[in-house]
Design a protein around this ligand. Structure first.
Ligand code: FAD
Length: 334
């Protein structure tokens, strides 16, 4: 275990942020020392991966913890692979493709670490990580105990899981290696790309699908290294269609997918597109021109700037549609 004091935390929004303590954990044996350390310090604790989905304050008056676990071990009998939480997600996807394992390719190029993937059940282009996880190994830093969650016990749903706001450090995930035999190319954007580029589906392999997904993503999502962002700032909304206000816009103006029971999933990007001209200008944050769910931060942006702008968008969407947008990244308060 390594402990750093008053440490700058790199994050994809480029917010200038420091933590009272920054701690790196390298080994299961470090958890015990970490437990003793937090008992002594009695301050808030935040676990991070690559900080691509968090909105940090200027100063975090607590302990920011990064578990650094890099194992990648196949278990041929179980048809699983054990993967360390700090491995970069896209590098992991590429490794699965190299090993001829199907099912991961649609999740190519999602920023961040393997360890964060179950937290919000990352998903894209018709696949969610919950389709691929066998089990998740955690350390409960308050109870000082190890827990393994089987997939069924993770309570996965759209951008949600049992791991949100819990005292768990995820240090290993077992992924399945034999869940899928075919590619999932049904998502409309993927189909359109295949049609317009006249791609022959008979000669396509997992690496081709991965490259297609990466190309599609690069058209609408900014690279956080060049343009600071956290990806989609708002989730799509699950609501009953009957509650939607239709005096300014009609239901035909919206993107509506059928979800479960009497609820529908409403595309939040379209809601924001429709009210964009009603929004005030904010100095340090704006909506990305190619994707209305993405907020991009300018050089001096603070957490407050970003939250103020997000609240302004939420208010306008509510005023126009009677729909409450929900924020996707974790907002970290002091
Ligand atoms: C350009 C861009 C595009 C994106 N596209 C998508 C997309 O298509 N689909 C999608 O679902 N997401 C997307 N995201 C969001 C982001 O990629 C994911 O949420 C990713 O899983 C975050 O990984 P991270 O390591 O950066 O997590 P962090 O931002 O470091 O942390 C995110 C959350 O996970 C917790 N956490 C992190 N690691 C651990 C751990 N080891 N143990 C316990 N808790 C932990 C943190 O406390 C925090 O609450 C995008 C982000 C960007 C910037």
């Amino acid at each position: 275990m390594k402990i750093f004091k008053n440490y700058s935390i790199k994050n994809s929004l480029n917010i200038k942020s420091k933590a009272k303590y920054y701690v790196e954990l390298y080994d299961k044996k470090d958890f015990n020392s970490f437990h003793s350390f937090i008992k002594k310090e009695k301050v808030p604790i935040l676990i991070i991966g690559e900080a691509t989905n968090i909105v940090l304050p200027d100063f975090y008056n607590g302990i920011i913890v990064k578990p650094i676990f890099n194992q990648f071990i196949f278990n041929e009998d179980q048809k699983t692979v054990a993967v360390g939480s700090s491995i970069n997600w896209h590098e992991f996807v590429l490794k699965m493709i190299e090993n001829n394992i199907i099912g991961y390719e649609n999740l190519s190029s999602i920023p961040g670490s393997v360890g964060a993937s179950p937290i919000q059940n990352i998903g894209a282009y018709g696949r969610e990580v919950s389709d691929l996880i066998e089990s998740v190994d955690c350390y409960d830093y308050i109870e000082d105990e190890f827990i393994t969650f089987k997939n069924i016990d993770c309570n996965f749903s759209y951008r949600n899981s049992i791991f949100k706001n819990k005292n768990y450090i995820i240090y290993n995930i077992d992924f399945t290696t034999n869940s899928y035999n075919n590619f999932n190319l049904r998502y409309s954007t993927v189909q359109k790309f295949i049609d317009s580029n006249k791609i022959d589906l008979n000669s396509i392999n997992a690496m081709d699908v991965s490259k297609i997904i990466t190309k599609i993503r690069s058209k609408t999502l900014p690279d956080p290294i060049k343009i600071p962002n956290v990806g989609s700032f708002f989730k799509n909304c699950i609501v009953n269609k009957n509650i939607i206000k239709t005096d300014r816009f009609s239901l035909d103006d919206l993107i509506i997918w059928n979800a479960d029971n009497d609820k529908s999933k409403i595309g939040s990007a379209r809601l924001i597109d429709l009210i964009k001209d009603q929004l005030d200008n904010f100095e340090n944050v704006e909506i990305y021109e190619h994707h209305s769910l993405v907020l991009i931060a300018k050089d001096n942006a603070t957490q407050e700037d970003i939250i103020d702008f997000a609240r302004h968008i939420i208010d306008k969407v509510y005023e126009n549609f009677n729909i409450s947008l929900e924020i996707e990244p974790s907002i970290i308060f002091n």
